[in-house]
Ligand binder design. Structure first.
Ligand SMILES: [Cu+2]
Length: 163
């Protein structure tokens, strides 16, 4: 009888612990975009432990997707220009994203004011030693709407690094 009670208590404790972890899941990232053609962050960092990452982009502005739409696209730094150009060629009917482009690691659809979109992707697609960038493929946006995407960088390392 005593053993059964103990097991039940342990189970409840683990359940509480698990829900706490879900609440502050470091593998789920969120950022905002606005009517001033900006992302709310210049850098996103995910821990090494994340097998899968979820990114949610919210548009906190009021302008329509046609006038000031934004998406969140992740790729190697060296592939950004080519993807942006291919996106321009694809045009608004395809959300300024080339279809089935293997250089794109993850991409949300374009959102307008008040909307949000989420994308999930496996970190196994990311190679150690490569530089990754997130950006927006709306025409002319990628020059300002871009930031660094880092895996496994601790806060201590960030504080000690000025760039
Ligand atoms: Cu944009």
């Amino acid at each position: 009888m005593k053993n059964t009670t103990l097991l039940r208590l342990t189970g409840a404790g683990l359940l509480l612990l698990a829900s706490g972890l879900v609440y502050a899941d470091p593998c789920k990232l969120a950022l905002e975009s606005n009517d001033q053609m900006q992302f709310s962050v210049r850098e996103l960092v995910v821990p090494n432990e994340c097998g899968e990452v979820e990114v949610t982009l919210r548009h906190s502005g009021k302008m329509s997707a046609r006038a000031m739409g934004h998406d969140w696209v992740l790729a190697k730094d060296s592939d950004v220009s080519a993807i942006v150009n291919a996106g321009l060629a694809a045009g608004p009917a395809h959300g300024y994203l080339p279809e089935r482009d293997k250089r794109i690691i993850a991409a949300t659809p374009i959102v307008g004011g008040g909307e949000s979109a989420t994308v999930k992707f496996a970190t196994s697609q990311l190679q150690a030693g490569s530089r990754y960038v997130f950006f927006c493929t709306s025409p002319g946006h990628a020059t300002v709407m871009r930031g660094r995407f880092l895996v496994g960088v601790t806060h201590v390392a960030q504080a000690g690094n000025s760039n």
